[in-house]
Design a protein around this ligand. Structure first.
Ligand code: ADP
Length: 414
């Protein structure tokens, strides 16, 4: 089955086509036929396209909305230019899998898109006003182009964390705020945490119930999840993705009174403080230089800049704090799993985060840690009781697999 995976944002559309079915899922032999993205939709859009392992092609075209972007992508997919032997006409796309940011309390797993499910995703708009509307536009565009006969599935960022219990998801604020406005912690990056937990268990040949890990998705956005017996029992992002770890431009945890204090001192509105905490804080805010960890690591290496060092130290300190807290909440874990751009590629940051966990019997194999860049494997030394792994995430693959499973009525195994 050729599944078109869509991730529709406010001005961007990322896509992949993945050939998969139940047999391929079992054999881990799914095939990525192509990938690409359209950025700056609404103006002169920038389009990047790549088939198989081929070269990337960049071009520009005026594309007014997500529908026009999808149209453009489909024309390329079915043309001789893309050179994908299995896709020659729109009929060669058999299903569409959509990333949806917020499923609220309505969706605890991936769902076949029906009018009722669409209405549910609309009901979650007030929980993710910047994201869910674009996700819906992606689905509507695909419905218009492919028709009702091509099934579509929604895969939610929040669904994996629906297993959180009340003590983990409720804020200690008046309970009626939860009842009235559904103010609670939801957690995000669920597809990524679930995917790497699934790979970890495949690598170690464990059952789901035997999977006790802390997964660290460290990218531009960052979150940690405590997974006990294969289920998410706590995750660092909250009602919105602002809570938790230090991120590229987000502050993560802070004293909530700071919002009104900063507003008063700087003459800003609550909304403006929210923007400051989301877009001008984190690594960027502390370093004053960049939100990009690789750039900061290079800068530290070359100039030993004090604020760059501080940004990296605060980032790692917060991650270590969450690991410690989760070890306590989940009665110890068997492994830390690093993923996301930073987690997959930066041996320096992994080493900093893992240092000082000797008390938990975690010892890094430094050579392995340096060696594993963007590839999967163990980085802890022999005899470590708390192990450490690097596992590149693949949210699109999980979306494609869930799409197949939902359409064929198979329950998802992890
Ligand atoms: P997003 O959350 O936008 O998907 P990614 O998961 O792609 O982000 O992660 C991007 C982050 O990963 C950036 O901060 C980038 O600098 C960082 N990164 C990528 N490679 C390295 C590296 N070798 N060393 C340090 N950081 C890296």
């Amino acid at each position: 089955m050729n599944v078109l995976v869509l991730n529709a944002g406010s001005s961007s559309l990322k896509f992949q086509v993945i050939a998969t079915d139940l047999e391929r899922i079992k054999q881990n032999s799914d095939e990525r036929l192509c990938r690409g993205q359209v950025e700056r939709i609404g103006g002169n859009a920038i389009i990047t396209l790549q088939s198989g392992q081929g070269a990337r092609h960049k071009s520009t075209a005026p594309l007014r909305d997500i529908g026009a972007a999808l149209d453009y992508v489909l024309k390329w997919l079915t043309s001789a230019e893309s050179d994908i032997p299995d896709i020659n006409s729109p009929e060669d796309i058999h299903a569409v899998g959509n990333r949806v940011v917020h499923g609220g309390e309505l969706f605890s797993e991936s769902a076949l898109i029906t009018d009722q499910v669409l209405k549910g995703i609309e009901d979650c708009i007030d929980l993710a006003p910047l994201h869910n509307p674009s996700n819906i536009q992606g689905m509507m565009a695909a419905r218009k182009i492919f028709g009702q006969n091509v099934p579509q599935v929604a895969v939610f960022d929040t669904a994996f964390h629906s297993s959180l219990a009340e003590p983990a998801y409720l804020y200690a604020i008046p309970y009626h705020l939860y009842q009235r406005h559904r103010i609670r912690r939801y957690g995000f990056h669920g597809t990524s945490h679930r995917y790497v937990a699934h790979r970890y268990r495949a690598l170690r040949q464990l059952t789901r119930e035997q999977t006790n890990v802390i997964t660290l998705h460290l990218g531009n956005g960052a979150s940690a999840t405590a997974i006990r017996a294969g289920k998410s029992i706590d995750s660092s992002m909250g009602m919105t993705p602002l809570e938790g770890l230090v991120m590229g431009t987000r502050s993560g945890d802070l004293d909530p009174s700071l919002v009104s204090l900063i507003a008063m001192k700087e003459g800003l509105s609550a909304n403006e403080v929210d923007t400051l905490l989301n877009t001008q804080s984190g690594l960027l805010g502390i370093s004053g230089l960049s939100n990009d960890m690789r750039a900061l690591c290079d800068e530290l290496h070359q100039h030993d800049d004090r604020r760059v060092r501080l940004a990296i130290e605060i980032f790692c300190w917060r991650a270590r704090k969450y690991i410690g807290a989760y070890l306590a909440c989940m009665n110890g874990a068997d492994a830390l799993v690093f993923t996301g751009g930073i987690g997959e590629n930066s041996s320096t940051i992994r080493a900093r985060i893992c240092s000082g966990f000797e008390w938990a019997a975690l010892k890094l194999d430094e050579e392995q840690n340096d060696k594993l860049v963007g590839t999967e494997g163990e980085i802890s030394a022999e005899g470590s009781k708390l192990r450490a792994y690097v596992i590149p995430t693949d949210e699109e693959l999980l979306i494609a697999r869930d799409t197949v499973r939902v359409i064929l009525g198979e329950p998802h195994p992890s």
